[in-house]
Write a protein that binds this ligand. Sequence first.
Ligand code: B1M
Length: 213
Amino acid sequence: MSSLFERISTAILEGDEEKAPKYVQRALDKDNGPKEILQNGLLVGMGEVGVRFKAGDMFVPEVLMSADAMQAAMKILRPRLVESGVKLIGKVMLGTVEGDLHDIGKNLVGMMCEGAGFEVIDIGFDATPADFIAAIKEYQPDVVGMSAMLTTTMRAMGHTIKAIEEAGLRDQVKIMVGGAPVDAEFAKRIGADGYGSNAPAGSDLAKEFVGAA
Ligand code: B1M
């Protein structure tokens, strides 16, 4: 008999939009912590999707089904992740940079940040430097997070940071970057304040930035 976490990761892998939320609900009912369900169930399944897609064992339509199952499961988990945070500890604004449509990783970072007690503003994907600047002015976040999944769009992170500097807003925000092609060395080179290798690391970094780590 497989564990509930295994069933959750399998439901994500198989793109099962009915079972994924059902098993997440069952895991919650059995008093599993929302963060554990995310890390040991949902993220394990999505990680395997990435490995198989890369190896050519999964194709785009299947990957999208997995993404839908993930979103359906997160509808159940999200409020519990948010609840598990004690109180609002700051404001994090997140976006996937210009030219890039990948938003699953960014959404997970947002959910982890919410779970850690942040208010999260999500400006979506394909966000231009002007979008980031307008949203910083409007929402006054403590932390700005940028995500990129393509080697061709990583550069947009540097352009966005430069534009934020030129708009005179750089000193009022901490900037973190993440996404599969990004690393700490690259983050340093483009003038970011930090790099998160995964969703929990992104949320930990945001906590560090606001002195709540
Ligand atoms: Co795309 N895709 N994709 N894709 N896709 C990748 C990224 C790719 C590696 C697949 C491959 O070829 N092996 C490849 C990029 C190659 C490269 O640049 N080196 C690729 C490609 C080429 C493309 C297209 C160009 C394909 C095409 O059309 N020919 C196209 C580009 C579209 C565009 O963006 N302009 C494309 C399209 C798509 C879909 C739309 C079909 C879909 C995206 C759906 C969506 O996001 N709503 C998709 C998907 C799903 C993938 C893979 C399979 C999975 C990505 C994912 O969601 N992973 C991916 C293959 C792979 O990952 N190996 C692939 C799970 C997610 C939880 O991980 O996003 O890494 P990740 O996020 C992690 C960390 O990186 C980190 O935390 C997250 C959770 O732990 N993190 C942060 C992310 N952002 C962070 C920010 C932080 C901190 C941490 O602080 C702010």
